[in-house]
Design a protein around this ligand. Sequence first.
Ligand code: ZN
Ligand code: ZN
Ligand code: ZN
Length: 142
Amino acid sequence: MNEHESSSALLKAAGLRATQPRLRVLSILEDSTYPLSVADIASMLKRPSVDQVTVYRTLETFVQAGIVQHLELHQGRSYFELATREHHHHLVCRSCGRVEDVEGCEMDSMEKKVVKKSKHFSTVSSHALEFFGDCKTCVQTR
Ligand SMILES: [Zn+2]
Ligand SMILES: [Zn+2]
Ligand SMILES: [Zn+2]
């Protein structure tokens, strides 16, 4: 399946019309291996360009349809990534806000411990975990 086909299949499955901005924003998210901000996505959309307001509205539609996840990772900055990605965590640079995906998760045993210790909860169904540090670029330019 090429990019265009998989993006339009995703839109169709979500019950959304496959407009050009939607297809282009979605294929950028499909290609990315880390979460992107509205500005990141807008800067990747050239010829013809798509303004940030349109990118933002398109992302909102995707979030409502459940195909894209909205993340707030660094000082309230918003990032977006495909909701269909496998469960993973994020590593965030506390200086510049660069975000990297951290594949794999070893929190299953932690979830069991959390439930065991809890007074009021009998199950844990999900979790979110972010790591904060300094990226190599920020360390070098310091
Ligand atoms: Zn950095
Ligand atoms: Zn991610
Ligand atoms: Zn996890």
